[in-house]
Design a protein around this ligand. Structure first.
Ligand code: 13P
Length: 249
């Protein structure tokens, strides 16, 4: 049975006090069978990890560099993350692709490095509005996957979570319809099945991200190939995040 997951990507929001405050509130929510994750700023990962050490919420990184150490000013390695108890990282978020020039080549290095380091990854991908308008969304998503995670060996897949985040739905208030989400998730699962077989493809959790909120979470999560969500803005508001977690339970 694949895991149901709700992960909050805090992006570049919340200073130290705000981070502590939100985590203290999160500690009070009821979590049943769904896995809950939060990705605060890398500056506060250790604080978050310490605050949550007895709780069922996993603290994950928003990013990792592709080299283990050296002259890479401002970057963070898997060894550094692991040394503070962080064992999962997002890779390939559309904001990293757009603003930090992370292309498929870099992302392939990152996913290989993270998996080889024994980390779990949440690999993000998704088409831009222009791709969808020109009906190229399946083609684009397929190539994003073929150039990166589909190059990994089958053993790696127990450490991979996927997150489909259509760029046109991120932070825009516009969400993919439940049908659009389901057809893309099914397409992605078929791509995995074609490479590695059904046993693996049926076990991979595929999250949807892009303007998920309490009012649409139920509809999106009820699709058979949608295993949860990667939540941006709504993860910063306790009541919204809590409602979204409940919608996936
Ligand atoms: P929003 O939920 O704010 O649209 O962001 C989604 C996202 O980018 C999560 O990684």
């Amino acid at each position: 049975m694949r895991k149901k997951i709700v992960a909050g990507n805090w992006k570049m929001n919340n200073d130290l006090n705000q981070t502590i405050l939100l985590i203290e509130k999160l500690k009070k929510i009821e979590i049943n069978e769904v896995s809950v994750m939060i990705a605060p700023s890398s500056l506060f990962l250790k604080t978050a990890k310490d605050l949550l050490h007895d709780f069922k919420i996993e603290v994950v990184s928003q990013n990792v560099h592709q080299e283990n150490k050296g002259a890479y000013t401002g970057e963070v390695s898997c060894d550094m993350l692991k040394s503070i108890g962080i064992s999962t990282t997002l890779i390939g978020h559309s904001e990293r692709r757009a603003y930090f020039n992370e292309d498929d080549q870099v992302l392939l290095k990152k996913v290989k490095y993270a998996i080889d380091s024994g980390m779990k990854i949440i690999f993000c991908f998704g088409e831009q509005l222009i791709d969808r308008k020109s009906n190229k969304h399946f083609e684009i998503v397929k190539s994003q996957l073929e150039n990166t995670v589909l190059k990994l060996d089958s053993e790696s897949w127990s450490n991979i979570i996927l997150a489909y985040e259509p760029v046109w739905a991120i932070g825009t208030g516009e969400t993919a319809s439940p049908e659009q989400a389901q057809e893309m998730h099914e397409f992605v699962r078929n791509c995995i099945s074609n490479c590695y077989g059904d046993l693996i493809s049926e076990e991979v959790s595929i999250l949807y991200g892009g303007s998920v909120k309490p009012s649409n979470a139920n509809e999106i999560f009820s699709n058979k190939d949608v295993d949860g969500g990667l939540i941006g803005g709504a993860a910063l508001v306790l009541s919204d995040f809590n409602e979204i977690i409940k919608a996936n339970s």
